[in-house]
Design a protein around this ligand. Structure first.
Ligand code: ISE
Length: 336
C-alpha cells in the first residue's frame, strides 16, 4: 500500500520532509499540503508534489478522505490541536518537537491516544534514528557495564536574536532530554541549572552557556552543557561512563587533512546537516507503521515526559541553583 500523506507546515523542516517523502523514501506519496502562508505550500507543491492538493487549513487537510497520515511541522504552538484532530480522525500522525508547548497539552494527547486504544503518534526525536547514537546504545547496553555518569554537550555556533534563556531547554536541550533517557532506559528525578561565566557573544535575555545537571531514577548523574553561541561549529558530544568502561558518541564522518602545516578535521556548522540521515530513517519508520494504521518510535508518552522534564529544567533555570524534583505519572500500558 502507498500511504497518502498530508504535510501541515511547509516552510521549514516540513518542506524538507515533503522532498524526502516525494523523492527519497519508499511507500508513501505527498497528496496534501497546508501552510499559514499559502505561497509556501504552493512552492512545496510546485517543487516536489505537483499532484498534491493545497488546503487552506490544517484541519481541512486532516479531515480529507484522500489523506491517510499526517505530518505536523508547523510552529510549535499549533502542534497540540493538529495532533488531537489526527487522533480523532484515526490517522497516524508524525509530529515535530515539541509535541505540545505545555506538559498539560502533551497529557491531553496521551489521554486521547490511550482512550483510542492504539498508538497513532510518533514524535520527531530523530536522534534515536541516528547511526552514531544507535551504535552508542548498543555499546552502552552490552559492553560498558552499568552506566554511572553522562557528560554531554550541545553547542550551536550562534542563534537568532529572538532566542532567549528558556529556549535553551525547550528548543535545544529537549534532544538530550529524550535521547539520554532512551540511551539509559531510565527517567529523570531532578534537575538543577548552574551558570558559568557568560559569553560576551550572548545578550541580556540569554544566559549562555548553561550547565544542566540531571539525576535519574537509577542514580545516574548527567551534566549537559548547552552553549548556543560557541562560535566554532555545531557540536554534539556524549560520553557515558560505565562500571567497566566508557563509550563516546562517534564524530560525524569527515576527511582529515594534513595541509599547510596543520592536521585538521572540519566540524559541521548547521544542525540540519548533522542529523540529515536520521530524518530519512525516522520518516521511513513512520511510513511503515502508518501503512499498518499505527505508529512506532518515540511516542506521545516520550513527548509528554520530555515536556515535564523541560518544565522542571526551566524552573531550575529560574531557581538559582536549587534542585527541582521531577515526578512522572504512571506510564499507561499502551507505552510499555
Ligand atoms: C533546533 O530547533 C534544533 O532542533 C537543533 O538540534 C538545536 O541544536 C537548535 O539549538 C535548535 O534551535
Amino acid at each position: 500500500m502507498t500511504v497518502r500523506i498530508g504535510v501541515i507546515g511547509t516552510g521549514m523542516i516540513g518542506r524538507d520532509h515533503t522532498r524526502r517523502i516525494a523523492q527519497v523514501l519508499a511507500g508513501a506519496e505527498i497528496v496534501a499540503l497546508s501552510d499559514y502562508s499559502p505561497e509556501a505550500a504552493e512552492k512545496a507543491k510546485a517543487d516536489f508534489a505537483p499532484g498534491a492538493t493545497v488546503f487552506a487549513t490544517g484541519e481541512e487537510l486532516i479531515a480529507s478522505s484522500e489523506v491517510d497520515a499526517v505530518l505536523v511541522c508547523s510552529t510549535g504552538s499549533t502542534h497540540e490541536a493538529y495532533v488531537l484532530a489526527a487522533i480523532a480522525a484515526g490517522k497516524p500522525c508524525f509530529c515535530e518537537k515539541p509535541l505540545a508547548t505545555t506538559a498539560e497539552g502533551a497529557k491531553r494527547i496521551v489521554d486521547a491516544e490511550v482512550a483510542d486504544g492504539r498508538r497513532l503518534v510518533q514524535v520527531g526525536f530523530m536522534r534515536r534514528y541516528d547511526a552514531g547514537y544507535r551504535m552508542l546504545k548498543r555499546v552502552v547496553d552490552e559492553e560498558i557495564g552499568t552506566p554511572l555518569m553522562v557528560h554531554a554537550a550541545h553547542r550551536n555556533p550562534s542563534v537568532p536574536e529572538s532566542y532567549v534563556t528558556p529556549m535553551a531547554i525547550h528548543d535545544t536541550m529537549i534532544h538530550e532530554i529524550d535521547v539520554l533517557r532512551w540511551l539509559l532506559d531510565d527517567d529523570y528525578v531532578s534537575a538543577q541549572v548552574v551558570y558559568p561565566k557568560a559569553s560576551k557573544h550572548s545578550h541580556a535575555k540569554l544566559a549562555d552557556p548553561q550547565i544542566v545537571l540531571l539525576e535519574t531514577a537509577k542514580g545516574v548523574r548527567i551534566d549537559v552543557e548547552i552553549f548556543v553561541n560557541c562560535r566554532y561549529g555545531y557540536d554534539i558530544q556524549c560520553e557515558i561512563v560505565g562500571e567497566e568502561g566508557l563509550a563516546r558518541l562517534p564524530e560525524p564522518m569527515a576527511v582529515t587533512r594534513r595541509l599547510d602545516a596543520k592536521l585538521a578535521t572540519p566540524i559541521l556548522t548547521d544542525w540540519k546537516d548533522r542529523f540529515v540521515a536520521s530524518y530519512d530513517v525516522e520518516l521511513q519508520d513512520f511510513i511503515e507503521a502508518a501503512a499498518k494504521g499505527t505508529a512506532s518510535g518515540p511516542s506521545s508518552w516520550d513527548g509528554y515526559v520530555a515536556a515535564i522534564t523541560s518544565d522542571a529544567c526551566v524552573e531550575a533555570q529560574e531557581a538559582e541553583g536549587r534542585i527541582v524534583p521531577i515526578s512522572l505519572p504512571q506510564r499507561p500500558s499502551l507505552y510499555a
